[in-house]
Design a protein around this ligand. Sequence first.
Ligand code: DQA
Length: 202
Amino acid sequence: MDGLFAAMGKILRGAGRCVNSGPRRAPRPGGRARIFWVFPGRLREMMGQTEILMTQTIYILNGPNLNLLGQRQPEVYGHDTLADVESACAAVAATQGCTVKLFQSNHEGAIIDTIHEARTQAAGIVINPGAYTHTSVAILDALNAYDGPVIEVHISNVHKREAFRHHSYVSLRADGVIAGCGVEGYALAVRRICTLLGHGPA
Ligand code: DQA
């Protein structure tokens, strides 16, 4: 009988992995860590679940008047809409196993609230702050309280335009700035965020 148990022990050691189950209850002083056997199939399944839970979301934030994208000054901002931007960004993110959440507001406080939300929900931020780019210390402060990568996007080449568009508060925090690439700049920014997050080239 002892021989049978010894043989079973050998098989289990060969087939399974020993995983620390974590502190389900406070360990007894001097007590041993709780362990249990996980067979490879179950381990793969658990790792799959972990991957799903850890899918990274990139926030695409848009400031005032960008809800009118496609209608407002198409000679400057083009004909694509924010919905087009969202699907282009989602397609790039999907190649890296990421998702996007697009947000637009004409209100500074709502943008700041969403940056605060991003502190726990977003792996990275792409932001086109619209005119707030040139005025908002409050958006800069919110971004300074965010730890992940930030890429600033401008559809138009702000440096070719009026002098008041040449200064950006957000650039003081941004890890990169894309300007003048049209709405394609958003997808480029998502690609860059993925790189900064450690995903491989597309
Ligand atoms: C913009 C440029 C800003 O100066 C302007 O106020 C916008 C859009 C751009 O995407 O080119 O609203 O951020």
